[in-house]
Design a protein around this ligand. Sequence first.
Ligand code: SF4
Length: 416
Amino acid sequence: MPIGLYVHIPFCLHKCGYCDFNSHAGSDRAEQAHYVDALLREMELWATRPEVAGEQVSTVYVGGGTPTLLEGAELARVLRGVREHFRLAPDAEVTVEGNPGTVDVEGEKLHLAVQAGATRLSLGVQARQRHLLERLGRIHDALQVEAAVKAARRAGFANLNLDLMYGLPGQTPADFRETVSWALGLGPTHISAYSLIIEEGTPFYHAYLAGRLHLPPEEAEEQMFLEGKALLEAAGFEHYEVSNWARPGFRCRHNLIYWRNEHYLGLGCGAHSFLRLAAPLSNLGPPRPGLTASRVQGGSPVETAPGLPGQQYRFWNLKHPGAYRAALERGVLPVEAGEVVDRRAEMAETMFMGLRLLEGVSGERFEARFGVSIADVYGPDVDRLRREGLLEWAEGALRLTPRGLRLGNRVWEAFV
Ligand code: SF4
């Protein structure tokens, strides 16, 4: 079965106050170039491994961080490396994430990315209003978004996603309506809208605990979601995942791999992978203290052994860019640790990821994959969630009801 490929670029110009991604401010050109060298080395090592050598790669996602912070030539080197080392499907979706504040108006960087094989651009827009962008710590404004979209079109990107956020400090439903209408006017093929999550350890988290961050009330946040959804649907966008809308034919194929719990390889510092191993990851060291079963969804213990051939394995790379590069300079895969995804965990993940999709989890596909029905495994939980009006069976699939869409966490919890 084809796999997805994720490539992580961990550099940003400035760290946003709400962000807990593996991203770092303050890198220079030399550090970025060394990092790209390391990425190419990692691609080389993976290209010879049996899990990947024979597989077709159907989607590539270069995310971050801020991939468009790289020089155009470096970004192109990453994209060409992918084509050189992996067997890309002829119609592969190749997304590059960008920050409007790091896209040159001439579009030179984006032009190089298109020439090197990028087919889709995803811009982190978040909001239209300057005061909201400043509060988030974003480096761009609405005019830069408009310029970046124009530059993307000139460079040849016909497939364009805009990321928006709601539930922001100081944001009103009217602000979000204005943001969605303005974003639609920019002519994207896809829009993601995420509610702000206060992540532990971020400046927003500390401000929140100290009572210095005032979020909109829950009802206002729900209003933003429902009004945004209505505007997007009225403009012809299909709501296909809790936080994602697309014009027909433009769903994000890479993210569908995650939501359908299919296999992917992650490259770059901190990147996660989910593959069926064909040979042990022999560079994994002895168990480290601090890795506990609590890190695992689905109940399997964390495994720091190298994994056995035939096992489905989730593993992740060393998080710090320096440690990641050092491993590759020694010529070893920069894998930090991993865990076996046994059948029970795979079923649970298939349910809670798949239920994020509005089409739901197909009963037939679940049975073909696991040899048992959803009712056999989750009967009592499904019955309870149906009684609570959160789930329904429709067209052979178990899916969220409109009420379940608003109270998704109560559904996911049942399967974690
Ligand atoms: S631009 Fe994105 S990845 Fe970088 S700090 Fe801001 S939210 Fe995080």
